[in-house]
Design a protein around this ligand. Structure first.
Ligand code: C5P
Length: 241
C-alpha cells in the first residue's frame, strides 16, 4: 500500500491543533509521526487518538539510555500499538540488542528504527565529541553495529540512503526525512531530495511535514507525493529506477 510509504510529521504544539488536518489526511496517508514536541505535551493520548483515526503511528522518541530502561520503554511502545519507534544507535550494542530482543518477544508488529548521526551534526561537531571521521563514515559504522545487534530499520538522510542500502542489503526498512517535492521550498532542510529520488535510492518510508502541513491543499499535496512514490516503486521493482 503506497499510503504506508508516507509518514506525515505531526509537528503541532498539541493534538488538538493537529486533529482537524489529521482527520482530512487519514484517508490518504498511512503513517503519522509523533515526535518529542507533541509527545511531551499529549503523551500516549496522542498516540491513541492518531491510531483511532486509522494511522499507523511512528513514535519518534529517539531513545538513548541504559539497556534495561530502553527495553522497558520498547515494551510500553509495543503495548501502545505503535508501528515504528526510534532509538539512538549511540546507546551501544547491549542497548540495541535488548531493544531488538524485547521487540521480537512482544511480537506486536513494532519496527525499531535506529538513528545514526543526527543531520544537525557536522564533521566539526563529531570531532568535538572525540569522533574524528566524516559523518558518512560514522553513519555506516553505527548502522552496521545496529544491524549486527538485530535492528532492521534505520532513519537516514537522502544523502546517505543509497550507501546504507548498499551496505545492509534489500531487507532493512530505510526511513528518510528531508523530502521536498519539486517546486516546494527547502525551508531549513539543507540536504533535500524529491520523493522519486529518495525512493529510487532505496528508501521505503518518506517523512514529510511542512510540504503537506503548509500546502494550500494538504490532501492534494499528500496524494501527489503518494502517486510519485507509487510510480517510482513500480519502476524500482522493474529495475528501471
Ligand atoms: O517539515 P519537514 O518535512 O522538514 O519535517 C521533517 C520531519 O522529520 C520533522 O519532524 C523533523 O523533526 C524530522 N527529521 C528531520 N531530519 C532528520 C530527522 C528527523 O527533518 N534528520
Amino acid at each position: 500500500m503506497p499510503r504506508n510509504n508516507l509518514a506525515f510529521a505531526v509537528d503541532f504544539p498539541s493534538f488538538q491543533d493537529a486533529e482537524p488536518l489529521l482527520q482530512r489526511l487519514a484517508p490518504a496517508v498511512g503513517v503519522a509521526k509523533i515526535g518529542l514536541e507533541l509527545f511531551t505535551r499529549d503523551g500516549p493520548h496522542a498516540v491513541r487518538l492518531a491510531s483511532s483515526l486509522g494511522f499507523e503511528v511512528f513514535l519518534d522518541l529517539k531513545l538513548h539510555d541504559i539497556p534495561e530502561t530502553v527495553e522497558r520503554a520498547v515494551a510500553n511502545a509495543c503495548a501502545l500499538g505503535v508501528r515504528y519507534l526510534t532509538l539512538h544507535t549511540a546507546g551501544g550494542r547491549a542497548m540495541l540488542e535488548r531493544a531488538a530482543l524485547r521487540c521480537e518477544k512482544e511480537n506486536t508488529g513494532l519496527r525499531l528504527l535506529a538513528v545514526t548521526v543526527l543531520t544537525s551534526l557536522d564533521r566539526s561537531d563529531l570531532a568535538s565529541l572525540g569522533i574524528d571521521v566524516e559523518p558518512a563514515q560514522q553513519v555506516l559504522r553505527l548502522a552496521t553495529l545496529a544491524h549486527g545487534a538485530g535492528i532492521r530499520g534505520f532513519v537516514c538522510s537522502a544523502r546517505e540512503v543509497a550507501q546504507v542500502r548498499q551496505a545492509l542489503g534489500p531487507h532493512p526498512i530505510l526511513v528518510t526525512p528531508g523530502i521536498r517535492p519539486s517546486g516546494t521550498s527547502a525551508e531549513d532542510q539543507k540536504r533535500v531530495a524529491t520523493p522519486a529520488s529518495a525512493i529510487a535510492d532505496g528508501a521505503n518510508v518518506l517523512v514529510v511535514g511542512r510540504p503537506i502541513r503548509d500546502a494550500a491543499d494538504p490532501v492534494a499535496a499528500a496524494q501527489a507525493i503518494i502517486t510519485e512514490i507509487d510510480r517510482t516503486l513500480a519502476r524500482r521493482a522493474a529495475g528501471m529506477a
